[in-house]
Unconditional design. Sequence first.
Length: 482
Amino acid sequence: MSGDFECDMLIRDALVFDGSGEDPVRADVAVAGDRIVQVGPDLSLSRREAIDASGYALAPGFIDVHTHDDAAAMARDTILPKLSQGVTTVVTGNCGISLGPTPLRRREVPVPPLDLIATAEEYRYESFGDFLDALRLAGPAVNVAPLVGHTVLRARAVDDLTGPASADEIAAMRDDLDAALRQGAIGLSTGLAYPPAKATATDELLALVTDVANAGRLWTTHMRDERTGVVSAVAETIDIARRSGARTLISHHKCCGEAAFGLSRTTLAMIDAARQEIRLDVDVYPYTASSTVLIDSFARDSRTVTVSWSDPHPEMTGRDLKDVAADWGVDPSTALERLTPGGAIYHQMDDDDLERILAWPPSLVGSDGLPRDRRPHPRLWGAFPRVLGRYVRDRSLLTLSSAVAKMTGQTAAVLGLSDRGKIKVGAAADLVLFDPARIRDAANYDTPTAPAEGILRVYVNGRIAFMPDADVTTNTGTVLSA
Ligand code: ZN
Ligand code: CU
């Protein structure tokens, strides 16, 4: 009887945004197994299931190019913040931090910021491949494209993390990197702004990134400086990208602290010029607050700082750092010290820079959500619908088709995922159906874990993966290892 059907599912009369950035077309989309098999007006195919999508937008499932979902992807409820936004693929291992291989070789606890994504107990994978095997066994609900983190390699190999690595230590990192790339890492991430990687010297960086280039993989970087030094950090990134030959992605591009406001004019001009010769891209999240572990220099450059978690003082979660300091009768730096290990939300950017970077045609959208935080930055639950609601519909900063491309087709091209991020015959059937009139982020700084509104259905590899108010339990994500 299965032979009677020409397709499994027909989504009828949708406004189809194909991920290319072109204007949408009204069409039907047919899915068989895990693939899109036909796209066109008024398809008449026998099918198991038909969905009337008139009045709604259909797009390729969103690719979250910047996540810390290494551990969160293991279970459906911890990846729900992403699924419920229409995300069908997450890139893990960003900012130098990946769940495999374990950084706990010379140290018993993960040094901050490695504690952003996992506890010491969760850092249990001897190799990068062991992490991927565990992920496959768990059966993720979204597709996972995994990076390996430089800070993890550094913590494994380097004795004194506050200094440059020795030749032997660099050799050890290169061995680990080589293994991770062979086991399927799509690239290497660095987190050069963070204490355990700040001392990374050019020779260390160039050696590792050159190995990435030789393997044909991607380098993503949380640059050394995103404050007044952001211009020189971009210059360093371009220099390493050029000398290594690696495809390069600048993570969560931003200008932090009032003294840095407006510098995105300069940085985007530099990146534009460099793009004439090298493959260099940028991702961005649609908020003017950042979030990471507690770092005094970040707090000093912020208008306000909200505690997002604290191991020694969980009761201070959600409170303003200044108020905590006043309660304790100490200065904010001392309070921050006492709250560590912990994390915070730093209000420290300007709308103009954010809008300039988001509207810049090549930029990609990533959430940078922190799934382990007790009171997370709202980007975890809201980044993608916020772009489509606030910045496309409400503020007309960019068109819906270009915003969708920044979440799908453009992203897949940067990642080298040839059969994702597009609605076309033969592509993987990762799809999101949403209402363009209603889509919006409901998560904010007061209610940070509210699911987005206006997302109607999310499909991962041809199977329903999320519907609001429905009990979906199938997990059909795959590990998109290189
Ligand atoms: Zn980062
Ligand atoms: Cu990050």
